[in-house]
Design a binder for this molecule. Structure first.
Ligand SMILES: Nc1ncnc2c1ncn2[C@@H]1O[C@H](COP(=O)(O)OP(=O)(O)OP(=O)(O)O)[C@@H](O)[C@H]1O
Ligand SMILES: [Mg+2]
Length: 353
């Protein structure tokens, strides 16, 4: 792997924190604040990323995702707090370290541009020339392989200028460029924005395979499905703070909320008091909905109440909150109106969501 020596790769962050389950902490962010003039954008971010882990950062537009990962990309200085990646303390990098660090990173910026005057081959091959200093003839096979991994027709497009490619193709080109030199750390800001659903899914399996090679991945997305498919852990940020971090299942379990839907044998005009006390509601379709906390109540006890109240049950179903619901709960404080709008779609984008 380019940029970082094997020893640098192996050395974990000298930290006092608890690593994510069973892993060494490789990226450690502590008390990171960022102010742009009077605007306090990051408000004390704490986040650990284990070696070989994928952490997906989710947050509404403007919550600070790009600002956060720009620190990892060295495009914003660490003014307040600490950011460590492997042996590198990003607040204190010597010029040599800065170069070594950059060489070991694969990055896709949210508003990344390809160089319009260079061909696809030259654009994607840049890290190989600049970081690995490969001779020209050695660049092409690596570029072709990188393009193929992101499902681009390498031979057809090598000599084209990026302008003649579609938006989704250009996005994939950026991913190819970020990964062409096999960096040990990859930081991607919305890598699949504008890529169609099918290709996005194919890219996920490629990105997942990076972890198997020990690559540490931090990425942002607005696609909840992408977050679920890709991450070991999610970090949800809101107003510049990490409001939840963990595996999707863990976070959902923490929500501790399920719904039980009961279909009574006969039509009910109203609910018996015993069920109303549980907060049950009679739905228009005749079913009874009971929201409960799995840690405190169980379905058996609820059914027993219904039975004691003389209600026969023909059918039942339970459902639990999904990632979308969780995300909205954690971030909707910004505007209750978002909650309604967001339920309609799983893509959480601009302010309208
Ligand atoms: N250079 C800057 N100067 C002033 N304000 C900035 C600067 N960069 C970012 N901000 C502000 O910081 C806030 C967070 O921006 P950021 O780009 O980190 O959000 P984001 O979570 O990445 O949003 P999106 O999902 O839309 O990409 C925004 O209010 C933005 O205007
Ligand atoms: Mg952003």
């Amino acid at each position: 792997m380019a940029g970082w020596s094997a020893e640098e790769m192996e050395r974990p962050v000298p930290a006092d924190q608890v690593a994510p389950e069973g892993r060494e902490v490789f990226i450690s962010i502590r008390g990171l604040h960022k102010r742009f003039g009077p605007r306090h954008i990051l408000r004390g971010i704490d986040l650990d990323v284990g070696k070989g882990e994928t952490v997906v950062i989710l947050g509404l537009s403007g919550s600070g995702k790009t600002t956060l990962i720009k620190h990892l990309m060295l495009s914003l200085p660490v003014d307040e707090g600490a950011v460590r990646v492997g042996r590198f303390d990003l607040a204190r990098l010597s010029t040599d370290d800065r170069e070594a660090y950059r060489g070991g990173m694969g990055v896709v910026f949210q508003h990344a541009a390809l160089l319009g005057s260079l061909t696809v081959e030259e654009n994607v091959g840049l890290p190989l020339v600049e970081v690995e200093r490969l001779p020209t003839e050695a660049v092409r096979p690596r570029v072709v392989a990188a393009l193929k991994r992101v499902f681009l027709p390498a031979e057809e497009i090598l000599h084209l200028k990026p302008d003649s490619l579609s938006g989704g193709m250009r996005r994939r080109l950026l991913v190819a460029k970020a990964l062409v030199h096999s960096p040990p750390v990859v930081v991607l800001d919305e890598p699949t924005a504008g890529v169609d659903v099918e290709l996005r899914r194919s890219l996920w399996s490629y990105m997942r395979s990076l972890n198997a090679q020990g690559v540490t991945v931090v990425l942002t997305t607005h696609y909840l499905e992408e977050a679920e498919a890709l991450c070991d852990r999610l970090a949800i940020i809101d107003h510049g703070q990490v409001v939840a971090v963990g595996a999707t299942r863990e976070l959902l379990a923490r929500l501790d909320e399920k719904e039980l839907h009961l279909t009574p044998t006969g039509r009910l005009d109203e609910l018996p008091a015993a069920l109303r006390e549980l907060g049950a509601e009679l739905l228009e379709d005749g079913r009874i909905r009971v929201r409960y906390r799995p840690s405190r109540a169980d379905v058996g006890a609820i059914l027993e109440r219904a039975r004691q109240a003389g209600i026969g049950i023909r059918d039942l179903a339970t459902s639990e909150a999904d990632l979308e619901e969780l995300f909205l709960r954690l971030t909707a404080s910004r505007s209750p109106a978002l909650l309604q709008g967001a339920r309609r779609g799983a893509v959480l984008g601009e302010e309208t969501v």
